[in-house]
Design a protein around this ligand. Structure first.
Ligand code: PMV
Length: 361
């Protein structure tokens, strides 16, 4: 049971985005968000973060969700993310033995829906805030399973540093969770230059792609095998701090993902001319150095993540300055994972309560 004094108190968590070195693409179970392959990512710092406040109260008349100032309809069948959020809320209430409604207010500090993994940061922040608000006695591995159901990649944002999401093999998803492989200090020189080429939303959501590609791409059968082998290789490369090898694995995995996307029917195309110019520029830069000093990787969008080391940051930025069409570059070190914020950082204030028309007491 949730102690009554846990109600009516907003809990606020800030979680950060992550960039997958070996990516999740394709789900074997839609409802539980179970992937065909394991994945590995680097958690980013707070330059790309989501802050989420959660409050449970018996005086709320219904569940409410506000994302980036916009009220979301939690009862809409069309809004897939909303139905995942509802499911996770219900699971948490069941564990807590509670039926009070919830107010969730969430805000990104970066553009959402553009392949910058805003959903990952959001899912992690939401899951941890729910657990804190209900004072649930569950460990991070279990919280990563909650986040996984909202956004697969969100399972990895529950930890800092380098994180692995195990695909698992069980039907109920109980062995599909994330865990930290290396903390942010293990290879602190690794950085991400998040290279923005567009701030407009992608045409095909990752959620749609996870279903469409396995169903329609004739190349997809190969992907889980390739990705699973790459996960092992990447883990070894990181353990040995072997950037030359890691960079090749990262670039090949990104290319493999976008190849199966193009092979989907109808095709899914995320990269644009600027993305392609970035790819050529990075290969040229690496050739000039006689080894890999940078790696590009693209999620479900045209924006590039350039993984490099502090040592080569200036050389990479110099090379990117020759590419027309880059809007701006955000710099991110490895992050330490989500954290609870103090009450004065809560996004739930009198103005929000008035705005959404939930009057308490
Ligand atoms: O977590 P989702 O459903 O938004 O899918 C993430 C897909 C990629 O970002 C392309 C890959 C990944 O593993 O992060």
């Amino acid at each position: 049971m949730v102690p009554l004094n846990m109600l009516d108190i907003p809990y606020t968590v800030r979680a950060t985005s992550n960039i997958a070195f070996i990516k999740y693409w394709g789900r074997r179970n839609h409802d539980l968000n179970l992937p065909y392959n394991s994945s590995i990512s680097m958690t980013l710092d707070e330059s790309l973060s989501t802050t989420t406040s959660v409050e449970f109260s018996s005086s709320f008349k219904k569940d409410m969700l506000i994302i980036n100032g916009k009220k979301q309809d939690l009862s809409s069948q069309q809004n897939e993310k909303a139905s995942y959020i509802k499911k996770v809320l219900e699971q948490a209430r069941k564990i807590a033995g509670l039926n009070a409604h919830t107010l969730v207010v969430s805000k990104n500090n970066f553009p959402s829906g553009t392949g910058l993994a805003s959903s990952a940061a959001g899912a992690a922040a939401l899951s941890l805030a729910i657990v804190k608000a209900l004072n649930l006695d569950i460990d991070t591995k279990e919280i990563s399973k909650m986040a996984r159901q909202v956004s697969g990649s969100g399972s990895r944002s529950l930890y800092g540093g380098i994180v692995k999401w195990h695909r698992g093999t069980l039907h109920d998803g109980s062995d599909s969770f994330a865990e930290q492989l290396f903390d942010a200090d293990y290879w602190s020189g690794l950085i991400d230059l998040v290279t923005i080429v567009t701030e407009s939303a992608k045409r095909v959501s990752s959620s749609k792609g996870h279903t469409l590609t396995p169903r329609t791409s004739r190349l997809y059968d190969l992907r889980p095998k390739i990705a699973e082998a790459e996960v092992k290789e990447a883990e070894t490369a990181i353990r040995n701090r072997d950037f030359n090898l890691l960079a090749e694995i990262i670039m090949r995995d990104s290319n493999n993902l976008h190849a199966v996307c193009l092979d989907s029917w109808p095709p899914i195309i995320y990269l644009n001319d600027v993305s392609r110019a970035i790819i050529y520029t990075i290969h040229e830069l690496n050739e000039n150095h006689g080894k890999n000093v940078a790696a590009y990787t693209f999620d479900a969008g045209a924006n590039a993540h350039i993984i490099t080391t502090q040592k080569h940051r200036a050389a990479v930025e110099g090379a990117l300055s020759s590419v027309n069409g880059i809007k701006r570059i955000l710099y991110s070190k490895q992050g330490n994972g989500p954290r609870l914020l103090s009450d004065d950082k809560s996004l739930i204030n009198d103005e929000v309560i008035r705005h959404i028309g939930i009057y308490k007491y």
